[in-house]
Design a protein around this ligand. Structure first.
Ligand code: SAM
Length: 251
C-alpha cells in the first residue's frame, strides 16, 4: 500500500484533505482513484500508521476518510543521534540515506578537525536542506514511522554540548580501538535500554584528533570498537546501527 507523510493535525472527524506535492503524487503519478486505500504517517510526530480510503478529488485536494490506525512498531526502541564528521564530496548523501533506512533518529553534521570540506554561508543551509529531503525520501521508502531530522552543521564543541544535553550514552567509535580485544563495546551496547538515547560520533576520512577524543571523554563519552578492520567514514554509522538492529530487533 502506498505510504505518504502528511500533517495529520488538520484531520477533522476522521476526514483528511491532502494537497500540494502529495496531491500531485497521488493523482497524477500514482493515478489513484476514489475507493483506493493509502497509508499516512504524521509529520507532526504522530507516528501511528493511519489507513485512509480516498473519497474524492477536487482540483487541488484529495479528500480521505480514516479507516484505521495501527500503532507503529517499525522504529528502533532506542533513539540514535548520529554526529557525523563532515566527509568529502557527496558521501553525506549516502550516509543520510542509509542511516535513515537503518533507523537513525537524528543526524547532526559536524565540522571536525580533520573534515576536509569547509562549507560556508548559503552552501551550509542548502546542503542541510538537500540532506533533509534525502532523509524524507529514505523514510518513505523504508516505511519509517517518522522522518529523521537533519540538524544544522555544528562545530565539534557545539556537538559535544548537544550530545551531553540530549543523550543517555555518548559513544565514540574510535579506530584506535579497532583491534583491542575485550574493549567493552558489547557491554556498553547491551547497557542501552528501550526509551534511551544514544549519541554516536563518527570521524571523517582522517579520523579523530587526540584532542577531540580527550574532549569527548571529558564529558563522559566512551570509546568503542566497530570491529577489527578500519571502516570508511560512510560505513561506520551503518555498522553501529546494524549492531542495534541485531540487539533489539532480531530474535
Ligand atoms: N584515521 C583512520 C585510519 O585510516 O586509520 C580512519 C578513520 S575512519 C575512515 C573514519 C571513522 O570511522 C573513525 O574516525 C571512526 O569513528 C570510525 N571507525 C572506522 N573503523 C572503526 C573501527 N574498527 N572501530 C571503531 N571506529 C571505527
Amino acid at each position: 500500500m502506498t505510504q505518504i507523510f502528511a500533517d495529520l493535525s488538520s484531520m477533522q472527524d476522521g476526514m483528511l484533505a491532502i494537497g500540494g506535492e502529495d496531491y500531485n503524487h497521488i493523482k497524477n503519478v500514482l493515478r489513484m482513484h476514489a475507493g483506493e486505500k493509502i497509508s499516512v504517517r504524521g509529520t507532526d510526530g504522530n507516528s501511528g500508521e493511519h489507513i485512509f480510503e480516498i473519497v474524492s478529488f477536487s482540483d487541488s485536494l484529495v479528500q480521505c476518510r480514516l479507516l484505521s490506525v495501527k500503532e507503529s512498531d517499525v522504529e528502533l526502541p532506542v533513539r540514535v543521534i548520529l554526529f557525523q564528521g563532515l566527509p568529502k564530496g557527496d558521501k553525506m548523501d549516502l550516509i543520510v540515506q542509509k542511516t535513515v533506512e537503518m533507523g537513525v533518529s537524528e543526524i547532526v553534521p559536524v565540522e571536525m578537525h580533520r573534515s576536509i570540506v569547509k562549507l560556508t554561508g548559503d552552501k551550509r543551509r542548502k546542503r542541510v536542506m538537500r540532506w533533509q529531503s534525502i532523509a524524507e525520501a529514505a523514510a518513505k521508502q523504508s516505511r519509517r514511522a517518522v522522518i529523521p531530522q537533519v540538524n544544522v552543521i555544528l562545530t565539534y564543541k557545539e556537538a559535544l554540548q548537544y550530545a551531553a544535553s540530549a543523550a543517555d550514552l555518548i559513544l565514540v567509535p574510535y579506530e584506535a580501538m579497532a583491534d583491542e580485544a575485550g574493549n567493552g563495546t558489547r557491554a556498553l551496547l547491551e547497557s542501552l535500554k528501550p526509551g534511551q538515547t544514544a549519541a554516536v560520533f563518527v570521524g571523517p576520512e582522517g579520523g579523530f584528533e587526540e584532542s577531540e577524543i580527550g574532549a569527548a571523554l571529558e564529558i563522559g563519552a566512551k570509546t568503542v570498537s566497530l570491529g577489527k578492520r578500519i571502516l570508511r567514514t560512510e560505513t561506520a554509522a551503518l555498522a553501529f546501527l546494524a549492531f542495534l538492529i541485531y540487539q533489539f530487533e532480531l530474535d
